[in-house]
Design a protein around this ligand. Structure first.
Ligand code: GDP
Ligand code: GDP
Length: 438
């Protein structure tokens, strides 16, 4: 499981600027998907071999007392509580404020591992003015500049250090040939435990739990048609004896971790609710993670034809960015339509791990260019020369050539369509990277 870093601090100290720095690589990739509602508070980042999840607790209001703010505060506090480490962001220019003391007390009560970041420290002499922050009594203070990208690497390193991650830990990653890691993601009450229990009733159970994890991760392995699956700990579920049961609390952190450690994510929706904001957010994380995905709309039995039309339309508009995924309408309770979901999971996994050879990719690329060449941009006409595979789950296709920075998003989508068709890439995102040689 990836470690979780929470960014905490009063408004305007630079949390979201720091968040953007820490999640930079992923941002660029998902910037242009239509219909993607992004929750700007959660993201993934990577430093060296170490991947992490970062949470910007923008709505941090320890005392919010009502309505939506209360729910936000609850989620935020839960996230801080579940985080492995907190980066407490301070404003090196403005100095300490009363609110900083309040937050410090809150963090102390939680007993969290904290790293203090004095932000906006660009151009300030080393050591000056940082001394007052030691008054908070939370330990070492690090000068950084989120806006100018100074000290961020060191800060992340220090934040991750106490977690004792060994370099090799996250490299051990077979691509799931032997066992497909599946996360069932969805809001509370969509029917996750009902579906998993229906499956467990039918299939041969191999084993419960993976030993050696410090977190209370739960997982279950089963085999179906000779293929092994591991259903990994999914937010809002708890194992009780041989069945899963839903728990009240929904955890964004656990959802993210489950998605990140899966090969394939089954996104479960509730037909009686349509696509809610929270569904769209979860879908956004899945896209961002690059995992393969299958979408299933549960409780199809509970609505009439008119409502079904509405649900179908809301999926088309609100989840347009998951168009590459296969879509299923099921009833977990009546065990209707759930076998094809298994098939789709296997198909998505196989697409996500497809091997694409350089000669075939290059031939497809050149055929595509012949069919429709990229537009000239001023003096530049992009020249696409060859392509090779740069990764899998999600598959990455790296295109080489000249002036490729002028290739439009529309043209990339055109290429994506051709590659998808040829390699039958249903159920996986596909990333196309342009590598210009000068
Ligand atoms: P948040 O409310 O804590 O999320 O703060 P923001 O990230 O929105 O930043 C608040 C303001 O501080 C913005 O105007 C940023 O441009 C500015 N800011 C953020 N980081 C830095 C920094 O490293 N140096 C300076 N000088 N300004 C910064
Ligand atoms: P979870 O929180 O996502 O694990 O959801 P549960 O599996 O606990 O299901 C929540 C509620 O929805 C329970 O009352 C289930 O009986 C009900 N439910 C689950 N699947 C279906 C279904 O296919 N049709 C209908 N009508 N109800 C369902």
């Amino acid at each position: 499981m990836k470690p979780v870093i929470a960014l905490v601090g009063r408004p305007n100290v630079g949390k979201s600027t720091l968040f953007n720095r820490m999640t930079k690589t992923r941002d660029a990739i998902v910037a242009d998907f239509a219909g993607l509602t992004r929750d700007r508070h959660y993201g993934s980042g990577k430093q060296g071999q170490h991947e992490y999840i970062v949470i910007d607790t923008g709505g941090f209001e320890p005392d919010a007392s009502s309505g939506i703010y209360r729910e936000m505060a609850r989620q935020t506090q839960q996230a801080v509580a579940e985080a492995d480490v907190v980066i407490f962001v301070l404003d090196a220019r403005a100095g300490l404020s009363g609110q900083d003391y309040d937050i410090a007390n809150y963090l102390r009560r939680l007993g969290k591992t904290c790293v203090l970041a004095a932000n906006k420290a660009e151009g300030m002499r080393e050591g000056t003015q940082l001394s007052e922050f030691y008054e908070l009594g939370l330990g070492e203070v690090y000068a950084v500049s989120a806006a100018h990208g100074q000290g961020i690497r060191g800060l992340v390193e220090i934040a991750l250090e106490p977690l004792g991650l060994s370099e090799s830990e996250d490299i051990v990653d077979d691509d799931g040939k032997n066992c497909i890691k599946l996360a069932v993601a969805g809001r509370p009450n969509v029917g996750k435990s009902t579906l998993i229990n229906a499956w467990l009733g039918e299939e041969r159970l191999v084993a419960f739990d993976l030993p050696g994890t410090t977190r209370d991760a739960i997982s279950v392995s089963l085999e179906r048609n000779g293929q092994k699956f591991e259903i990994i700990d999914t937010a809002g579920l708890r194992r009780k004896g041989k069945v899963f049961e839903a728990i009240e609390k929904f955890s964004v952190v656990k959802t993210l971790q489950a998605i990140e450690s899966a090969n394939v994510v089954l996104l479960l929706l509730d037909a009686t609710q349509g696509v809610t904001d929270q569904d769209a957010h979860i879908a956004g994380y899945i896209l961002e993670s690059g995992r393969a995905v299958v979408v299933a709309v549960n409780k199809w039995d509970a609505i009439d034809d008119y409502q079904r039309k509405l649900v179908e339309r809301s999926i088309e508009t609100r989840l347009a960015f998951l168009k590459f995924a296969s879509l299923h309408f099921i009833s977990a309770k009546r065990r209707q339509g759930i076998a094809p979901v298994w098939a789709a999971i296997v198909q998505a996994h196989s697409a996500a791990t497809r091997k694409m050879s350089t000669p075939v990719l290059t031939r497809l690329l050149l055929e595509a260019v012949q069919f429709q060449s990229p537009k000239r941009a001023g003096m530049f006409r992009p020249k696409l020369r060859y392509a090779h595979q740069g990764g899998s789950n999600p598959p990455v296709i790296v295109v080489h050539g000249n002036s490729l920075e002028h290739v439009t998003e529309a043209y990339k989508r055109f290429l994506e369509g051709r590659f998808r068709k040829e390699f039958d890439l249903v159920g996986t995102p596909l990333r196309i990277e342009m590598k210009t040689s000068h």
